[in-house]
Design a protein around this ligand. Sequence first.
Ligand SMILES: [Zn+2]
Length: 702
Amino acid sequence: MRFAVHATVAGSRARAATLSTARDAIETPVFMPVGTRGTVRTQTLGQLGQLAQLGAPIVLANTYHLLVRPGIEVFERFGGLARWMGWPHSILTDSGGFQIFSLPGTTIDEAGAQLRGPGGEALVLSPERSIATQRAIGADIMMVLDHCIASTSSHAHAEAAMHRTHRWAQRSLAARGEPAAALFAIVQGACFPELRRISADVLTNLAGFDGYAIGGLAVGETRAQREDTTELVTALLPEDRPRYLMGVGMPIDLLEGVHRGIDMFDCILPTALAQQGTAFTSRGRIDLARGVHRLAEQALDPACTCDACTRTPRSYLHHLVKCQEPLGWQLLAFHNLTFYVRLMADIRAHIRAGTFLAFHAEQRALLDRADPDHPPGRRPRVKPRKPRSRGAFALHASPHGFVSLQHVPSGEIMHSVNDPDVEAARVYVEQSVILAHALGGPRPEPRTDPRTDLAHPIADFPRPIVVWDVGLGAGHNAMALLRAIDRAVDHAADHAADHAADHALGHAPIELVSFERDLDAFRLALDHVEHFPHLRHRAPHVVAHRGSYRRDRFGWSVREGDFLATFATEPPPDVIFYDPFSAKVDAAMWSLAAFTRLFAHLAAPVELFTYTSSTAIRSAMLVAGFHVARGVASGPKPETTIALTRPISPHALLGHDWLDRRRRSAARFPADVPLDQHPDLEQVIHGHAQFGQIRSSRSPDR
Ligand SMILES: [Zn+2]
């Protein structure tokens, strides 16, 4: 491989160069379409050929996925992936480091990673095996196997993973054999500048690497953190080798990456967002699923020459997206890839012409905006950089110093008085006996309570703990759980580092299922991570884009729609975060009918946590069959509520004092129970097992 820089820019690190592989002279900066399984999803060879002509004669393939299926023998038989898939140009292979990080059931030690294939079969991926596979695939550019970690990892964990990445880089160099293909090292170190400096220093002092990648970004950090880390690392890398920013990003990230000295990019976003109906255009980002496009006659992007833009009106593309027709994904994916590849061609032309800084200034505003002709929601008074509303939701600044989301039609503000992160951790995660057990932390002391028949609710879980997050909202409760899991992983990893031993990631497998009627709230918060710092993590971004996120012993998926209409088809949970809108806005969620159906679906023992302490709602839970306990105070609320399918120590069940207070309550019946059934309900509540033997001679009602 040869790399020759032709043009640089004063006042910027941007540069134009030619990267020559055996097959192609690739002009950089370049965007490489992602072909994980030997195909750029939905794209034909003819379309890939057009993209190659426009300046992308290289695609990315993934070692782990191709090793699992079809297997190395196929590439040996056919003489490599390029010939097998009919692609006459270059291929870069990702080493599998990211899959080690993201796939469930993985354990990592110094030798490599033990993964499970899609059929559950064991699979070892070591630096040597990764290189052997990449050679069989016939990559023009290979990557070293690296140890990826969560962006929220502790310094100690990030440092240990970085040093292992360096040792693996040396083994990859040794395994490379005769240097037919180029080999790139990967700089790690999370968002810790001193670790990034060490990593760049160690790797550039190892002889034999043809280029350097920056790994561990595009995993939920802020754009500023990403840009700062990129800027820091490129300054430490040699001028005469290509620099590759892995997995990044949006068009604006490409522009800013080039400005900071990056030569190569890859990202799944052009094809992944196309599947959801998002198109990048010369006038900003357009969501074709929106109803404003139903009768739109204009071209998707008049500046583009692809089929989607020259042959059909936006109206037709809107229709395809609404019907989830594969052709819609197909057309938009090609359009988006064309947009990315043309953007890189424009960038190269401006670098060569000496006009890059002016182009950068002009484009940074254009590339980052959403559909200017149809701004979503209400038009804001002062035009902000990002829309402050989405669908039915808008940002709301709390006088208590945090930003929450408001449901505009009802006026209801999520977490209007409590810091939502504090409530999420205290009410939903830290109270749970089952989660404490699963996370391997200290268990609450069992309490002696004659009404509690179950001192140790969980003997052993042979299957994943299932957590339902009902009412995802801005993702506070889900992220509180994920933070607790990350802490458990860090704790285990730090201990493993002490003993230089292989680590078992210290928690039981956990499956989180979030239910949400309208994901606009979540997406709005993700667009404003500066106000929602709990979302600075890779997982919520992946969940928003793909509907699910998976890594070792943790899976998270989202169910969009009406919870009451869909929950019965889901495997029963162990823990429920019950956090929908209030009964004023969503009465059905708090009805006796809802709790009765829910109770019937559950298999004991289950803990349900919710923010309310409403007497009527607690009554509905009791009548449905739950045992009801007091939850911790939260902000101005002196109590919250825990519903249990059977008593679990140490949760404090409501007692006779509550029954006495209940009698004095004017609103003690669920709203969906007719007046004439109130006496029956009263009988059921007073006869509930959790209140033991109670005199019911005194008729409590009227
Ligand atoms: Zn187009």
